[in-house]
Design a protein around this ligand. Structure first.
Ligand code: CTP
Length: 145
């Protein structure tokens, strides 16, 4: 029987929602490519941008651009429909549920790490764009000054 129209349960947005995560500091072509490829897997792309504190725990350094700046940059991209702050790596399951994601996309540097979420959504690991990273860019810029 169809749910009555007064049913308060939130409905899933139409089409496939894709979710992906990253720090996206010193935004570069590898970031753009993973966002474009993630968006192509569905109808709506939501991006979790790592909080400054999470980046410090994950990578052992402060990001060059603050979380507010990185959120603004990622939110302005054409393939991105919504952004939010990712506070913890351990909260992936609740982020997928909260955003009603059908597909979780991660770079293959995380291959296998989120397979336990396959009961909830499709999990796709995309190959990284070769020869570019935030770390390499920071080192290149630091070496040039
Ligand atoms: N990514 C990618 N290709 C690259 C670099 C990053 O596909 N050459 C993807 C990652 O796999 C991840 C997203 O971009 O899905 C965000 O990665 P992030 O860790 O923010 O960027 P890195 O350049 O890998 O940063 P760092 O050098 O600080 O680890």
């Amino acid at each position: 029987m169809p749910a009555p129209s007064s049913d308060p349960t939130p409905t899933r947005p139409p089409g496939r929602t894709v979710i992906t995560f990253g720090t996206f500091d010193v935004f570069h072509l590898g970031h753009l490519r993973v966002i474009e490829r993630a968006a192509a897997l569905g109808d709506r792309l939501v991006v979790g941008v790592s909080a400054d504190a999470l980046n410090r725990r994950k990578k052992g350094r402060d990001p060059v651009f603050s979380e507010g700046e990185r959120l603004a940059i990622v939110a302005a991209l054409k393939p991105v429909d919504a952004v939010f702050l990712e506070e913890s790596l351990e909260l992936k399951r609740s982020y997928v549920e909260r955003h009603r994601a059908d597909v979780l996309v991660m770079g293959d540097d995380w291959a296998g790490r989120f397979d336990d979420l396959r009961d909830l959504c499709e999990v796709v690991y995309l190959p990284r764009t070769p020869a570019i990273s935030t770390t390499a860019l920071i080192e290149k810029i630091a070496g040039a000054v």
